[in-house]
Ligand binder design. Structure first.
Ligand SMILES: [Zn+2]
Length: 408
């Protein structure tokens, strides 16, 4: 789908009104004809170099909160005014922008809010710029990342690393994933099992970037990472809701429900069914220990935190292990986005469909000692950028390694 607006009539109009005629730069235009593109133009005012847009609505595909547009026709050095909203979910204090075609992402200055929208003003030293809710992470990025992980790890220390297709989505898209298999142990110690995924909610691109940071740790030469790889079966899925990420839809609360309310005996989404099958198989073999689901939280959650299962859903061993994992995470995730040591339960008081939330399903369908949780990494802080997200992900990796290392 493509939106392309030429606003030259505004110049004519402005000229007729005696408006500014010095703006001889090319027409400002907006396009979204690329993966994860989203943005419906409400107005482009060429005279004032101002653009107003809202996330592209996708009926039945969840919250309209993700936006990602290309602005062309910029006179390098000029300031572009971009107004976005509603809803508030779409309006971070600092938007992400790129002037190198998405290779690197920066944050705009702090936007100015009204009740319904936010306005960013950003000087752009290029003829084109990308603007987005947050740093995008597309299906192509997911495919490249799992390939990179496999190529960096495969064959080292006897570890086998394979890219595989988690599933074909309901719309036929390939869902990239990677599996690390450790060598058979020589001392009789059992393998540990870890499953990490992101983007059950398509708009929460920060989850994939935290995953990217986790991956950087996983493939690194840090002794803790090497030890982790040597005895852990690792599954990593950078994007679960590949269909909505591909088309730039929000995904959250989509019809009939989103991926993170799909963990039942009859999942609607192939990615959930495939993840469940992997987790069940690992657990049956006695090689499953930890499930981490990566998300972005509400706008006013300014510290990362874990959602966990209600206490009455956990065994004594489950509680003890959960507490140990959270303690390791508090030790590791120290900033610039430091983890809130206080976890939050997502049980019946949180959502009537709480049983269909990933970690609750994992907890209920695996051995009592398994730890399953959701990491919510803040998206509305000055550190909610690629570097900040990756730092949280690397620190999460260190916490995972420390936790699994001490596990019997
Ligand atoms: Zn989420």
């Amino acid at each position: 789908m493509k939106t392309f607006v030429r606003a030259s009539w505004m110049i004519v109009f402005a000229a007729l009104l005696g408006g500014p005629t010095h703006a001889l730069a090319a027409d400002l235009s907006i396009s979204i004809d690329f993966p994860s593109g989203s943005g419906r133009v409400q107005e482009i005012d060429r005279a004032t170099r101002a653009i107003r847009l809202e996330p592209t609505p996708h009926k039945g595909r969840g919250w309209s909160c993700w936006w990602f547009v290309k602005v062309a026709g910029i006179a390098p050095g000029e300031t572009i005014t971009l107004t976005v909203g509603p809803p508030p979910w779409a309006t971070p204090d600092h938007a992400a922008y790129s002037i190198d075609g998405g290779k690197s992402w920066l944050q705009t200055g702090k936007g100015e809010r009204t009740k319904t929208n936010i306005t960013y003003r950003q000087k752009i030293d290029a003829p084109e710029a990308l603007f987005a809710w947050g740093p995008p992470f597309t299906p192509d990025d997911a495919a490249a990342l799992v390939k990179e992980i496999a190529s960096k790890v495969d064959g080292r220390d006897g570890v086998k690393a394979e890219v595989f297709e988690l599933c074909k989505s309901n719309e036929g898209r390939s869902t990239p994933a990677v599996r690390l298999t450790p060598p058979a142990s020589t001392d009789g110690a059992r393998s540990r099992g870890l499953f990490v995924c992101a983007r059950q909610h398509a708009w929460e691109s920060g989850g994939s970037w935290v995953g990217r940071g986790f991956a950087d740790f996983l493939v690194s030469d840090a002794p803790a990472a090497v030890a982790l790889r040597k005895r852990t079966i690792v599954y990593f899925v950078p994007i679960m809701d590949i269909d909505n990420v591909a088309i730039g839809a929000g995904g959250k609360n989509q019809d009939p429900h989103d991926h993170n309310r799909d963990w039942t005996d009859k999942p609607v989404f192939p990615a959930v069914a495939a993840a469940q099958a992997i987790i069940r198989t690992l657990d049956k073999a006695g090689t499953f220990d930890l499930f981490v689901d990566l998300h972005n939280p509400a706008a006013n959650d300014l510290k990362p935190f874990f959602f966990v299962s209600e206490q009455d859903q956990l065994s004594d061993l489950g509680k003890a292990n959960l507490n140990r994992f959270v303690a390791e995470s508090v030790k590791q995730i120290t900033g610039p986005m430091a983890l809130d040591p206080k976890t939050r339960p997502s049980g019946p008081a949180y959502d009537k469909n709480w049983r269909a939330i990933s970690k609750n399903w994992v907890g209920a369908n695996t051995h009592p000692g398994v730890v399953a949780l959701t990491l919510e990494t803040s998206w509305n802080t000055p550190n909610s950028n690629i570097q900040g997200y990756k730092t949280v992900g690397g620190q999460l990796g260190a916490a995972i390694a420390a936790y699994l290392d001490k596990k019997d």
